[in-house]
Design a protein. Sequence first.
Length: 435
Amino acid sequence: MTLDDCRRLDAQDTLAPLRNQFILPEGVIYLDGNSLGVLPKAVPERIAAVIAQEWGEGLIRSWNSAGWFDLPQRLGDKVARLIGASPGEVVCTDSTSINLYKVLFAALSQVLQAREAATGGNDKRRVVLSERSNFPTDLYIAESLCRERGFSLRLVDVSELSTALTDEVAVLMLTHVNYRTGAMHDMEAVTTAAHAVGALTVWDLAHSAGAVPVALNDSNADYAIGCGYKYLNGGPGAPAFVWVHARHASQFQQPLSGWWGHAAPFEFTPHYRPAAGVARYLCGTQPIIALVALECGLDTVLAADSFSGGLGSMAVLRRKSLALTDAFIALVEARCPGRFSLITPRDHLLRGSQVCLALSDGGPGAYAIVQALIARGVIGDFRAGDSQMPDILRFGFTPLYLGFEDVWNAVEHIVQVVEREEWKRPEFNQKLAVT
Ligand SMILES: *Cc1c(COP(=O)(O)O)cnc(C)c1O
């Protein structure tokens, strides 16, 4: 693949105009949209209007007149289109960590209720199963919930998952696309296997929503959550989302039973009565300004719909994402032979929208290479290894605003950083707080 090939691919790219929706700093090749999506152009103006008119002029009337009250549901319906859910099944609210707490609590409550109802009792179903390499916050939340509710958290490698799925498992809690490796689960197959042993599934879609097609209802999943500030471009700390399958919608228990999840919050009654459906997963008053920014982010992804020839946003974004990651892998391997090993699966069916590399010689330097690249305007990130996993250079590919020439240029910078040993400079070897 040559620079001309990349330019030709850009010229043929029907999604190229989507880049105009964003404010991208001059000279930056942004390969970190999997960690924090870029700023949509619509945000500054929209937020300014919310502040000046809706807050400044409308004041408290805006809960009704500006549609503030319905924002979590309205945005939830937009998210639903990206994750294979139906309208009314998703709300945007709280953070991913907090939403995980809520859905895992609900799933464990369901298991405990079933245990009480069963005359014979199925007491051995006491395990929450997850991957050792799952995102830490997911594991920390599960750890404390298991302790609180009398379950134990069992962590296995991905290769051990199928044998670990036994009738002791109450809940299988997985992140669909692994944050560190970029490996993707087959949601439908894994969910079917979990159901076969009587376990419920909780899916974290933090690296999936807006990145890869997700089919929650078709996969027959039970619970899902996901992040608003990664591929959905909702801004730092944007509200996250929650989905619950319709078959659980009237049963699930919200542990944070605040008034926004009440059936009639403005009756101000002294006792909690949960709202119907997923609305009960709201807790308290929502961050309206942050929700408005998230809506702008969601709209940047949904905008791909009109370029999709009826296939839908995620189908065409996925096609471009795979072409971008294929090109990056091919160029790194051709131009830095032997230098890096590929951690992300080559198989399209197993790959998310990022590419992770490790140093082939196992030596240090991954962090410093990432820092040297950032100094050149190629922004990726670094994830420290452990006894099981090498240090990783992580590059996220967002087809909304990246092109093939960007991929070429990013690899050119990698070649130069490595060949000139630029990464050995002391300034690139000092650890910052956020990597
Ligand atoms: C990014 C990410 C989170 C983030 O959680 P916050 O509550 O937003 O800090 C959680 N889980 C996974 C798998 C993630 O990738």
